[in-house]
Structures are given as C-alpha cells and as structure tokens.
Design a protein around this ligand. Structure first.
Ligand code: PLP
Length: 466
C-alpha cells in the first residue's frame, strides 16, 4: 500500500479514470487504444509532477478534461489551412497556388471512387495518364506533344537525364540559378548525369560564346528563365531565336526552363509580362518546361511541352515512372487547364489571377471594414492602422515587380519592444486558422491582398490570447 501521505498515491487508477462518463465519447471518437494510451500518459505525467512537487493530486474530473485535450492535440492535423497575409501571393512555404473550385471538385471526385486514370473508355483498353491533359496543353500552347511530372524540378531533371546523359549542356553563366529550397541548375545537371558547359559571364553572354563551346559531346543548348532575380545595367543575352537556329544548324535541340510559365498574356490583366510557353515554342524552342503551381494556378506539377519525338523519348525514360504524377494532380491540372479555354472568365475563376488582379482600392476598402473590428479586439494591446503596401507575386515570378496593396499595421502598445511584437505574431499563429503576416519596422503587417474569407478572419479575432 502506498503511504497515505504520499500525494501521488491519491491519483486515480487507469481503470477508474477510464470509467469516467466522458471516456465513452472519447472512445467513440478516437478508439479504445488511443484513449487508454492518453490516460496512461496523463497519469504518468501527473505522477512525475507530484514526485517533484508535493502538490495535491487533481480530481478525476480535471484529469478527464486533460485527457480530452491531450487527445484533441494528438489528433489535430499538422498540415493545416492558414491565412496567408504575408503579401506574397504564390508563397512556396504556404502551398503556392490555391486551386480553383472546379479543380478542387475534380480532385474530390476521383479520390474515393475508381477513375479512368489509365483506361481508355472509348476503346475499353489500357490508356495513358497523360492523355487527360495532352490535348488541352497542345491546344493552349500549340505544342506537338506534352507530358507531366511531379514538379518543374523533376521536369528539368528528366529532360536532362533523357537528352544529355554523359553529354554536355551549354548554359549561360547568367542563368545558373538557385531557386529557394535547394534547386540549383548545376546540381540538378550533375545528378541528371549531364555535364554543365558554362559560357559567357554573369551579366553578358554572346552568341559566339555558345558557338565556341559547341563540340561533338554537346547534347543541348539550354536557356533558364531568371525567375527570382533580375540583372540590370550593362547586360547582354542571346535571343531565343538565335539560340534555336544555332542549335538546329548543329543538329541539336534547344530547350528552355521557363520556371513559372503562365499560359496567358498577363499584361491584358494589368500585370507585368512574363514569357509564355507558346511564345518560347514560336521562337523555335524544341522543349519548354514550367511549373503547375506558380502563375498557372494549378497543382504542383512540372509540365513539358514541345517536339513529339523528344517528348516521346522523355516518356520512355524509366525515370518518368519514378517522377509521374498521381490522379489527384491530374484531376486538378485538367480542370485548371480547362479554365483557360474561357479566358474572359479566368480572373474570376482562377484564384491566383483573381488575387493578383485585386486593386489597391478594393483591398483598402476591405482593410477599412476590418479595421474597427481589429482595433476592438486588440484594444489594450496594439494600435491598428491601415497603410499602403506592395505585394509580391512570389515563387520567383517577376521578382522586380510589386503590386500596390493595403495592409493592417499592428504596433504593440507600451513597452516590451521586440518581445511584445513576437508575442503578438505568435497569438495570431495560435488561432484555429493561423494568421501569417510579416514583421517589419517594429510592426506586424497583414497584407490583405490574399484575404478572401473576411468573415472567417474577423470571427476568430475574439479568440486571440494576448
Ligand atoms: C520554380 C522554378 C523551378 C522549380 O520548379 P518547381 O515546380 O518548384 O519544382 C525550376 N526552374 C525555374 C526557372 C523556376 O523558376
């Protein structure tokens, strides 16, 4: 028998805690095994705490409530929706493009039922999963053929591995880019088994640089879109047409990694121009690859378009099987591409374009509507104002261009400086739908360009734990 003065002897047993009336509901929800494990873990933790400090043991009621909280925390998803108020629309760390409603519905439709993924319904025989998007991409880009892989990094890798294994690829030194998250052209090149042949300088590369680098081991001439930086001043690059001509004269393909690669002329929507795959193909590029979840506004994917014979080779590479996309991606991509068939409706239906084309006036009106509610919620803790700001497109698209927008600026009241600011930012991250902003100049800034669920944002302000 434990000593009666020993405080942790007064903790209930596992069985008596499991007999608490709340436990039936928890078992229904989480299952017997998880509930027993939570009860044991809770009691073990309490026992340790009581050993360290001779407090009185909590009653069963309190322990049952703690077990419930423990289970809720354990079963809460780690990957969760958030409010992206960072001011970067295509934020890689926050999941890049948001799918259009029709794309989300298409994903849902194939998730819990069998689908025609690799089945040709007309001929009742085996089909090719690329067939679901091949026609659409060909129509939209004018390419002879297309295929899709896991992401654009995979597209670049597969292209190089298929067409340049143990051979040389000529790339300008001004295009040896690193994209956030460990995508570096030289590294991908060597892992793909190709040898990088750098030409020119960081700011200037001329046609003769390419000509001089050509040799019998050359497999490709490659151009890489400088997605996330700009070179200005004394610069020179060789136009695609000339590189294509040089490659073709030497019996070689000319390929281009476009990075973002939108399918439309963004200037029609008042946005800065970004090269399109159709333009690249028209200039003689034999193969073009680009991302699915950047400006295209679809799921994570890498899309390769171009000459039929080259796409055919890529599809026959055994690594295509390694890098292939699943049915969710294909469903989302097909639905996204279909939206491009109705270009005049695109800025309404495609979230990426919808967010990018919101005007400052529209965003400011939204900010003014939210302002009094935010002021009331933060009353004693922070001063809230509305300011102009500039949003970024993100994901390496159009790095030099910024879109005029409006933001809520939260400045902690009183002293506490950086700590108070961190505390404020943390309180927003701890909300049921975490709110992610930007810390800048001693303030927490929420760029409202990407806020569409206004009511959802306002509703949880009352839950802030400041
Ligand atoms: C973004 C980007 C990539 C990588 O694309 P992911 O789809 O993120 O894999 C490759 N090349 C360029 C030029 C890019 O901008």
């Amino acid at each position: 028998m434990p000593h009666p003065d020993n405080p942790y002897a007064r903790l209930p047993s596992v069985d008596s805690l499991l007999a608490h009336p709340d436990m039936a509901g928890l078992k229904e929800r989480y299952g017997h095994t998880a509930v027993v494990a939570a009860v044991r873990a809770e009691l073990a933790e309490r026992r340790e705490a009581l050993k360290a400090q001779a407090d009185s043991a909590p009653d069963t009621e309190r322990l049952a409530a703690d077990c419930r909280r423990r289970l809720e925390a354990e079963f809460a998803p780690s990957l969760r929706p958030v409010f992206n108020l960072t001011g970067t629309v295509l934020h890689t760390n926050l999941g890049r493009a948001l799918l259009a409603e029709s794309a989300a519905e298409a994903v849902l439709a194939v998730l819990t039922r069998p689908s025609s993924l690799e089945y040709d319904l007309a001929g009742a025989r085996r089909g090719d999963r690329d067939d679901h998007i091949d026609g659409l991409i060909r129509q939209l880009t004018g390419a002879e053929a297309a295929t899709v892989v896991n992401n654009n990094a995979a597209a670049v890798f597969l292209l190089l591995n298929t067409l340049a294994m143990r051979k040389e690829v000529i790339v300008s030194r001004g295009e040896l880019i690193e994209i956030g998250g460990a995508f570096r052209i030289p590294d991908i090149m060597s892992r793909a088994g190709a040898k990088l042949r750098e030409v020119g300088t960081t700011n200037r590369t001329h046609l003769k640089d390419y000509v001089e680098a050509l040799n019998p081991r050359t497999a490709l001439i490659m151009k890489v879109h400088r997605s996330n930086y700009a070179i200005e001043g004394f610069t020179a690059t060789v136009p695609e047409e000339q590189l294509a001509e040089l490659a073709h004269k030497n019996g070689l393909p000319f390929v281009e990694d476009l990075g973002s690669g939108t399918l439309i002329d963004l200037s029609v929507h008042g946005l800065p121009k970004e090269p399109t795959p159709q333009q690249a193909l028209a200039k003689g590029t034999d193969l073009v690859c680009f991302s699915g979840d950047k400006l295209l506004g679809g799921p994570q994917a890498g899309i390769l378009v171009g000459r039929k014979d080259l796409i055919g080779k890529i599809k026959r590479n055994p690594l295509k099987r390694v890098l292939r996309v699943d049915k969710m991606t294909l469903a989302a991509l097909e639905a996204t591409l279909r939206l491009y068939r109705s270009p005049e409706l695109l800025s309404r239906r495609l979230p990426t374009l919808r967010l990018l084309t919101r005007t400052e006036a529209e965003i400011r009106t939204l900010a003014q509507r939210i302002l009094p509610k935010a002021q009331a919620a933060l009353n004693a803790h922070a001063e809230v104002t509305v300011e102009s700001c500039r949003s970024q497109i993100g994901s390496g698209s159009l790095p030099a261009d910024r879109l005029p927008s409006a933001c809520l600026v939260l400045k902690p009241k009183g002293r506490g400086g950086g700590r108070a600011l961190d505390h404020l930012a943390q309180a927003f991250r701890e909300l049921p739908i975490p709110v992610i902003g930007r810390l800048e100049d001693g303030a927490l800034r929420f760029d409202l360009r990407c806020l569409e669920d206004e009511a959802g944002f306002i509703d949880q302000l009352g839950l802030l734990r400041l």
